[in-house]
Design a protein around this ligand. Structure first.
Ligand code: FMN
Length: 288
């Protein structure tokens, strides 16, 4: 994604040994979120990797005093003093190398949203795995409920760096999303929506959204959903389908639909439904 960048301020800081340049930019991120702006402060100097301090307007929630712009300008004043006194303070703290962004070499990623490892969503996942193996492709199944995933705290700092402030099992999930050519969500309907473990993943995927927005990367991929509702009636999927659609949008992938199976509590075992397995496998084959 391209963002407009406006120069707000630029200043040379001369010390006995070198001249450093401080520059403050404002970037318009409103194409991403309404009214979002990023303030980017950069320090450069001979033989130094650039130091950066970035803050965005969404970080400053209503009860927080100050603003992104005032924080960036304050930091500029602090850096000016630091550069005159000891430039290492600025460059050691803020000129960190970019974190590695590995991708897991898998073809099919299945996010198995049911906490039950032996329920109907697990059966959907198993059929998807078999379809991938039949096509000589590599599948991976992730069970979010088994993992250590901190809930998103809405700090919006991922829009400064492209990474989350938490270092937990989401790193592996995002690495899998980066590499996968097809993403499948299997999920039961819980209180009309997805179970809590899957919702953690969906919210934390904001960091991947930020990563894509900042790096401008993206390729055409598909997402499928296989969902079961205990009760009868397709209206039981109204909320979950819109949650999954929002999730696929966050991932930047095309929603290719899937299978919504209602009345699952009375069916008990979806393997008893004629043609269900073949329907799942045909969809996987089509989009893999
Ligand atoms: C906490 C909880 C909430 C549920 N809420 C709903 C619901 O809102 N609507 C519905 O149709 N079924 C609901 N169910 C039933 C599940 O969707 C159903 O049992 C499903 O088949 C379980 O899938 P699984 O076998 O893959 O675990 C709920 C089940 C649980 C445990």
């Amino acid at each position: 994604m391209e963002f407009l960048r406006e120069l707000l301020e630029s200043e040379s800081v001369k010390t006995r040994n070198a001249t450093f340049q401080l520059t403050l930019f404002c970037e318009d991120f409103s194409a991403l979120y309404p009214g979002m702006q990023r303030f980017v402060l950069e320090a450069t100097g001979p033989g130094r990797s650039p130091a950066r301090f970035i803050t965005n307007t969404y970080e400053y929630s209503p009860l927080l005093p100050g603003s992104a712009e005032s924080a960036a300008r304050q930091m500029m004043a602090i850096w000016k003093e630091d550069l005159l006194r000891d430039p290492d303070v600025v460059f050691h703290e803020y000129a960190r190398p970019q974190k590695d962004r590995p991708a897991r070499p898998i073809d099919l990623l299945i996010l198995q949203g049911s906490p039950r490892p032996d329920g109907n969503c697990a059966i959907f996942a198993q059929w998807a795995v078999e379809a991938a193996h039949d096509a000589n492709r590599t599948p991976a199944v992730i069970y979010p409920h088994d993992l250590d995933i901190h809930p998103c705290i809405g700090c919006y700092q991922c829009y400064n760096t492209g990474t989350c402030v938490f270092d937990d099992d989401m790193n592996d999930i995002i690495a899998a999303v980066r590499g996968a050519s097809l993403i499948v969500v299997t999920s039961p309907v819980y209180s009309n929506t997805v179970p809590a473990g899957l919702k953690l993943v969906i919210d934390r995927m904001q960091a991947y959204h930020a990563e894509r927005a900042l790096s401008g990367s993206g390729r055409c991929r598909h997402g499928l959903v296989f969902s079961v509702a205990g009760r009868k009636g397709k209206e039981n999927f109204a909320c979950i389908t819109s949650v999954i659609a929002a999730f696929f949008h966050t991932l930047g992938i095309e929603n290719a639909g899937g299978i919504l199976l209602d009345g699952a509590d009375s069916v008990h075992d979806i393997r008893t439904i004629d043609g269900e397995e073949e329907m799942v496998k045909a969809l996987i084959r089509k989009y893999l």
